[in-house]
Design a binder for this molecule. Structure first.
Ligand SMILES: Nc1nc2c(ncn2[C@@H]2O[C@H](COP(=O)(O)OP(=O)(O)OP(=O)(O)O)[C@@H](O)[C@H]2O)c(=O)[nH]1
Ligand SMILES: [Mg+2]
Length: 456
């Protein structure tokens, strides 16, 4: 995949006009290349500068003697840098053309344009961070709310890696123990007793199940919550969307069938990134081809949503259409929302998870948000935000590992030959190593780092 012995360069800040933009170099020639295009205001070259020092000066195109930009340059020498290599960051004025010129100069002097995630790849390959932490870097960059940020920062801090390493250690010790019986059957290891190993295996299984079960909540923290508002036409779905967003986003009219297409907007509820989806009202009678297509989209949105709000107009009696909608959303365990509470109340519900609101005057909206948060946090394994599986790759690896350990337990219980037992534990150990990247393939690394942005 990527080579690591050449020097890479990239614009590490977003393209656009802003105060500062950074061109970053990493590799054995980082300082030589930077020195070739940098004219310090003082006497010291960047090579002469101590690590973690900065220098003020100018980027000069030495062929044309042209002054390109006024800059501050940071020097981080190997091995104590992000990539464990010599790293130079040129802090330029952030305009697309300025940054492009500085970037081109670094390439002209021997650097290669970095591929997506290549700086972080070097940090991983040089052992500064493991694969979980590398993935957490990208999650951290993408996090738009507190929950996503917390999950990423905890993983970057090594919480999950430490847990995985501890589990790997337990499995390694277990394997060494069992292999001793295979290698020295007649020695002082004594007779093999399955009961001696069950306790350790139970503990490993319990820990791994806790991790595996944290994925549902972890995914909501990292990827956000899909929240669909559904119900009959005219119950106030678009009004609720506007009330939640506190802006006049969706068209609201007294005409049933106003919303034709699903409408999505981001929203932060209690630190969770929520994708709010307003939908076309569900009704059977319509022969309107556009409305029918809208309803098909509504059903898809309900299917894909993490949480469904089923909206009712409590100023009107329930109808056949409402009961059809109840059936449609039943498997999604919806939150029932009684809207238009400012009008005379005709309908009430006995369901426990019911909130009364008025989208028109804003009453009950805070309570509704609280109920949404409660629904997310319902899962009993959601207590510790510090140790969450948020990445589907990690979840798949943990489940594979768990399956191998459970097979090992069955073999142990059945008094099967211990060679088979050792085989399953080795399978579990190899599988677990894929999370932190102790065991890996080129294909996997390409997939992970291709997902990064250039310059990180
Ligand atoms: N009194 C009262 N009227 C409301 C309330 N919420 C919505 N309405 C009114 O109900 C009508 C329909 O509102 P919408 O938000 O367009 O309803 P909808 O469910 O999106 O309707 P469709 O898009 O047609 O499915 C409008 O006239 C709103 O002003 C409320 O809380 N109280
Ligand atoms: Mg609407």
């Amino acid at each position: 995949m990527y080579t690591t012995d050449d020097t890479i360069t990239a614009i590490s800040t977003p393209y656009g006009q802003s105060g500062i933009g950074i061109v970053r170099l990493s590799g054995p020639l980082a300082l030589t290349i930077a020195d070739a295009i940098f004219k310090p205001s003082g006497t010291k070259t960047l090579k002469d500068l101590a690590t973690f020092k900065i220098a003020y000066g100018h980027i000069i195109d030495k062929h044309t003697e042209r002054f390109v930009d006024e800059v501050i340059v940071s020097v981080m020498k190997a091995p104590k840098s992000y990539t464990c290599q010599d790293v130079v960051e040129i802090n330029c004025h952030s305009g697309f053309f300025v940054l492009k010129q500085v970037l081109e100069l670094t390439i002209k002097h021997g650097a290669r344009l970095a591929k997506p995630g290549e700086f972080t790849f070097r940090a991983y390959i040089n052992g500064r961070i493991d694969l979980v932490q590398a993935e957490a870097v990208m999650d951290l960059i993408r996090a738009a709310t507190e929950k996503g940020y917390n999950a990423a920062i905890n993983q970057l801090d090594g919480n999950l890696s430490n847990k995985i390493n501890a589990l790997s250690h337990s499995l390694t010790m277990l394997l060494a123990h069992i292999e001793a019986y295979i290698d020295f059957p007649d020695d002082e290891t004594g007779t093999f007793n399955p009961e001696d190993f069950k306790g350790t295996i139970y503990t490993i299984i319990e820990d791994m199940e806790t991790l595996s079960n944290s994925f549902h909540y972890g995914r909501l923290c990292r990827d956000g919550i899909g929240l669909a508002i559904c119900g009959k036409p005219n119950v106030g779905k678009s009004s609720l969307m506007n009330a939640l967003l506190q802006k006049d986003r969706a068209i609201v009219t007294p005409i049933a069938g106003t919303t034709r297409d699903t409408l999505e907007e981001p929203l932060n509820i209690g630190g969770f990134a929520v994708k709010l989806i307003d939908t076309a009202g569900i009704r059977n009678s319509s022969s309107d081809i556009i409305e029918k297509e809208g309803i098909t989209r509504t059903l898809k949105a309900i299917e894909e949503a993490d949480i469904v709000l089923c909206l009712l107009d409590c100023s009107q009696p329930l109808t056949e259409e409402d009961s059809i909608i109840f059936e449609t959303v039943a498997n999604k365990n919806p939150l029932f929302v009684l809207n238009k509470s400012d009008l005379k109340q005709v309908t009430s519900l006995k369901q426990k998870n019911t909130v009364k609101i008025s989208a028109k005057n804003g009453t009950g909206i805070d309570e509704l948000k609280q109920e949404i948060i409660k629904m997310v946090a319902q899962n009993p394994t959601n207590q510790k935000d510090t140790m969450l599986i948020t990445n589907i790759r990690h979840k798949a690896v943990i489940d594979n590992t768990l399956a191998a350990i459970k097979r090992a337990l069955t073999l142990l219980t059945n008094n099967s030959p211990i060679e088979f037992l050792a085989l399953e534990i080795r399978t579990a150990l190899d599988s677990l190593g894929e999370i932190t990247g102790v065991v890996t393939t080129e294909d996997l690394l390409t997939r992970i780092f291709n997902d990064f942005c250039i310059g990180k």
